[in-house]
Design a protein around this ligand. Structure first.
Ligand code: HEC
Length: 230
């Protein structure tokens, strides 16, 4: 049987074939990469505030517990997504996310717009026993977050590391980690108290709640803020 032209002309010439394959893949790559360099930070686009000490603590717990294995943090610009979650995610909102928590699986819902969706006390109850707030939930309980404490020295170390890779923490931020955690944490503790919950500012659940309530609150304002739930 005669060889197919494709085999004779292309597949038998490995160097040529490798070269042509590279060209084809590069076209696909360039089509994705070039637009990224042309976007830039818009004139009216303001970078979000860096995460506070308490939010950094909560974020570290989020990473430690592997919440990203079930939750994404990226609302895609499709109608079904914006109707369910709210405005789609903008690149600028990830400015201080190192490492990114985009996630690739959604066993649970996307969390990028969860900030402000529930009261603080809801997160306490949900982490203690997801079935109590969300009947039938397959999310595991993280009850130890209610007992384990955050060590401000660890948070300080995380913030020093983040500032080395570009997060603009000031000396004041780095010098007042415990104080800042306590001030922000007390607000959450007070709100939980109203719901009959006893917590302390250095409980891991308080840090986690601060982080979850921050998520998705950095939508750009001004001309960049197009899109979103129609
Ligand atoms: C095994 C998969 C799984 C893991 C791991 C997981 N979750 Fe979930 N999560 C879910 C599912 C499923 C739901 C939806 C039902 C519910 O509300 O419990 C959910 C819901 C949530 C919600 C409410 C979202 C909304 O919009 O209603 C939050 C907040 C949340 N998870 C936070 C976390 C955090 C923080 C962690 C890590 C400590 C975590 N989850 C780990 C599966 C998971």
């Amino acid at each position: 049987m005669a060889e197919h032209w494709h085999r004779r002309v292309l597949e038998h010439r490995s160097a040529l074939f490798a070269g042509l394959t590279t060209v084809c893949i590069s076209i696909g790559g360039l089509a994705e990469i070039i637009p990224m360099f042309t976007v830039g930070v818009g004139h009216d686009e303001v970078l979000p505030e860096p995460y506070t000490a308490l939010e950094v603590a909560g974020r570290d717990i989020y990473v430690r517990e592997g919440c990203y294995t079930c939750h994404s943090q990226m609302v895609r610009p499709f109608r079904d997504e914006t109707l369910r979650y709210g405005e789609w995610s903008h690149a600028v909102e990830y400015s201080w996310d190192r490492p990114f928590q985009l996630g690739s699986r959604r066993i649970g819902p996307d969390l990028h717009r969860v900030g402000g969706k529930y009261p603080d006390a809801w997160h306490y109850e949900h982490m203690k026993d997801p079935r109590s707030t969300s009947p039938g939930s397959v999310m595991p309980a993280y009850a130890w977050l209610l007992e384990w404490k955050v060590d401000p020295d660890d948070v300080h170390a995380s913030m020093v590391a983040l500032s080395r890779v570009g997060t603009p923490y000031t000396d004041e931020d780095l010098g007042n980690v415990a104080g800042s955690m306590q001030t922000q944490g007390q607000g959450i503790v007070d709100r939980m108290k109203v719901a009959g919950i006893e917590a302390s500012w250095d409980d891991e659940i308080v840090a986690m709640t601060a982080y979850l309530q921050r998520l998705g609150t950095d939508r750009p304002k001004g001309p960049m803020a197009k899109g979103g739930a129609e």
